[in-house]
Design a protein around this ligand. Structure first.
Ligand code: PEP
Ligand code: MG
Length: 271
């Protein structure tokens, strides 16, 4: 799973379509048939790109970020989609995922753009997914699922928006816990909404790379986890030594917990 805005954050200039094509093609080649989920540009909020000269906002986390920016800036969206579809034509298993989705209207507009570009390039159909990062999207997951191929829950932002805690505020860092029962209930709602349309659900927020977090997510019905390579061995070891029936029981208890601390206590029942 690739956060493509890093390409823009690391450079002092906007990448052209051709430059992006080369990067994506290189990734597909390196992956050698393994899947690539390319997250479309998630700019705004905590990811400010100076060379785009975007308008200053008083509340950037509640402003024009992620898909909201892409839908206003065809000069960013179209070259990226063209580069991705061109790269997909060279082979590989590429999916496209859109960040910061709040409504079905946004999904339909983005899908329409994807289809227009795919048809123009005579490129293969690619699975299109959206991130569930805003409570509105989790609550409406059954409606969104009708229009997408998969979900990836961004628990960093979902936690921020559910608990009304700025993810960058050091004073509140301890309270910004992705295992808060309210966040877990939104994850469960997302999984249930996806299941109504036979879609799979992944998690790409930090909690997916936390061994206990990964176990709880599996128990909640999440079937794909994204994490840094460093976190992989511990998570794999925990999952492989667990029974899914046990994880489902623990997840059910977590959904009934009063506090994040109570959820974390459930770790002891797994030892
Ligand atoms: C998230 O919000 O959990 C997520 C995966 O996206 P990012 O951390 O890049 O905002
Ligand atoms: Mg996010």
């Amino acid at each position: 799973l690739m956060r493509t805005e890093f390409l823009f954050l690391e450079r002092g200039e906007t990448l052209t379509e051709d430059e992006q094509f080369e990067v994506y093609r290189g990734m597909i080649e390196a992956l050698d048939g393994r899947p690539l989920i390319a997250r479309a540009l998630d700019i705004g909020g905590d990811k400010q790109v100076a060379h785009l000269h975007l308008a200053r906002e008083d509340n950037p986390f509640l402003g024009v970020r992620g898909a909201r920016l892409l839908l206003r800036r065809a000069d960013l969206l179209d070259p990226q989609l063209r580069a991705l579809y061109r790269a997909a034509k060279t082979g590989g298993a590429v999916s496209i995922m859109f960040p910061m989705i709040t409504s079905v209207t946004e999904v339909l507009a983005l899908r329409q753009r994807c289809e227009a570009i795919r048809a123009e390039l005579n490129a293969p159909d690619l699975p299109i997914g959206v991130m569930i990062e805003v409570p509105a999207a989790a609550v409406l997951a059954d409606k969104l699922a009708a229009h997408v191929d998969f979900f990836s829950i961004g628990t960093n932002d979902l936690t921020q928006y559910t608990l009304a805690i700025d993810r960058q505020n050091p004073e509140l860092a301890e309270e910004a816990d992705s295992l808060h029962p309210s966040v877990l209930r939104l994850i469960a709602t997302t999984v249930a909404g996806a299941a109504r349309h036979g879609r799979w659900v992944g998690v790409c927020g930090g909690v997916a790379g936390d061994p206990f977090g990964a176990l709880l997510l599996a128990g909640l019905g999440v079937t794909e986890l994204s994490m840094t390579p460093r976190e992989l061995p511990a998570v794999k070891a925990m999952l492989r030594s667990s029974k899914i029936t046990t994880l489902r029981e623990v997840a059910t208890r977590a959904l009934d917990a009063e506090t994040a601390a109570d959820v974390r206590q459930l770790r002891l029942t797994l030892q």
